[in-house]
Design a protein around this ligand. Sequence first.
Ligand code: DGL
Length: 264
Amino acid sequence: MLDSGVGGLTVVKEIFKQLPQEKIVYFGDTAHFPYGPRPQSQVRSFVYDIIDFLLTQEIKMIIVACNSAAAAGLEYYKERVNVPLLGVIEPAVRMALQHTRTKKIGVIGTTGTIESGAYQQAFDRLGGSDIQLFSQACPLFVLIVENGLTGSPEARRVAEEYLRPLKDAGIDTLILGCTHYPLMSDVIQDVMGPGVKLISSAEETAREAREVLQGSGLLNLEERNAPRHRFFVSGEAKPFADMAAHLMGRKIDAYQVIFPNQRL
Ligand code: DGL
């Protein structure tokens, strides 16, 4: 699994729950975090390096557990690997299509994700041509989460500002199109009101991972007491391990990997 930092751990958590017998190799590109404001071609070049690294780890599937990375070019990544590769966008879109009644759906994400149009393309591909999609970039949400400010009055004010156009549009389903946003779902739900269903791709991505592994005969059916997961980061290991312990409620060991041609 790969992400720009700690955000993808929301997907890891769900994999632990749904596929407890599988072993995770996670790469958080903390030296290059955040991906959201970066040009797509740069994000892709970071992801290529990570994929090449993951392929040295005897993996059987790759999950791009980062919306900004997936939006920058999932199809390009697929061309480079001969193992199944999943993103987080299509699973969320499928789930949103199941939930909406009014056919008015909102999506929030980083600037890169929203500007890429990747969600609109996924709706078009998956048969949601009668869907009205309302998109909104919420770049400050990532900073709010990273700084532990989700419960603050500022978070509420920023959320009200970003979400107003989506509320006014009358959406009934809102995709949290960034791995950090489930961590501030309380304030988002509060601002949107109880009539709006929030979709987090983590749960659906894990379900899809199970389906793909099962379909290709790769699902691990052996019971293991505690699979040894491996967490790698491009930046310092300790802040990542601390944040991960906080987010996941369990201690993890993280190791720093610096690629020979690492660019900042
Ligand atoms: N994992 C990233 C995403 O889902 C978090 C934000 C970022 O790197 O800018 O978009």
